[in-house]
Design a protein around this ligand. Sequence first.
Ligand code: FAD
Ligand code: NAD
Length: 149
Amino acid sequence: MREAFKEALSRFAAGVTVVSARLGQEERGMTATAFMSLSLEPPLVALGIHEKAKLWPVLEAARAFSVSLLREGQEAVSQHFAGRPQEGVALEEGRVPGALAVLRCRLEAVYPGGDHRLVVGRVERVELGEPGLPLVYFGRGYRRVVWPS
Ligand code: FAD
Ligand code: NAD
């Protein structure tokens, strides 16, 4: 089941996000593809965060977080916040600089989800970057969107 589960889910294309939170002097970021738009009224998003992620206790205590939606070309940013440190990658003002968009959220609810927590955020502010194409994760690698001609 475990291998079939992963093989099936590797066939699901997802945008890539970096979730970040700060508590006092401690700020953490983490790459996440388990992200979705949940509700418009009120504006809610949902995320799956592993129970052992170092981000989790910070986010839970801060009761606030940001979601940066990565753009094409930000593969190194995704790698960095997935635990493979890259030169020159850092958060700025609590978000990934150059992201397509940033959602500033308050923690609305947390539900159990096996070895993850299903985290619901109420979007309190939206910051739009330059329009552009997203970074996509599919088939165990980073992909690009191709416009139909
Ligand atoms: P760490 O592994 O310590 O942190 C992650 C990395 O970010 C480290 O390299 C650290 O140096 C760096 N970092 C942290 N904070 C800062 C900061 N303030 N400034 C600069 N660098 C910082 N896991 C999930 O739970 N849910 C998902 O949806 C999910 N999707 C993923 C999608 C992809 C494509 C990949 C590759 C991984 C995904 N993961 C997901 C796994 C997750 O990204 C990694 O396990 C991650 O390393 C867990 O981060 P952590 O909070 O435990 O802390
Ligand atoms: P993979 O074969 O390890 O995973 C294929 C797919 O299975 C992933 O894209 C994801 O949809 C799912 N998956 C794998 N591990 C998971 C986990 N611990 N919890 C929930 N879903 C999981 O190859 P890959 O796609 O290159 O992923 C590499 C690594 O990145 C994974 O082993 C995992 O550590 C991490 N990852 C975690 C999640 C997540 O927590 N939701 C999502 C994607 C990737």
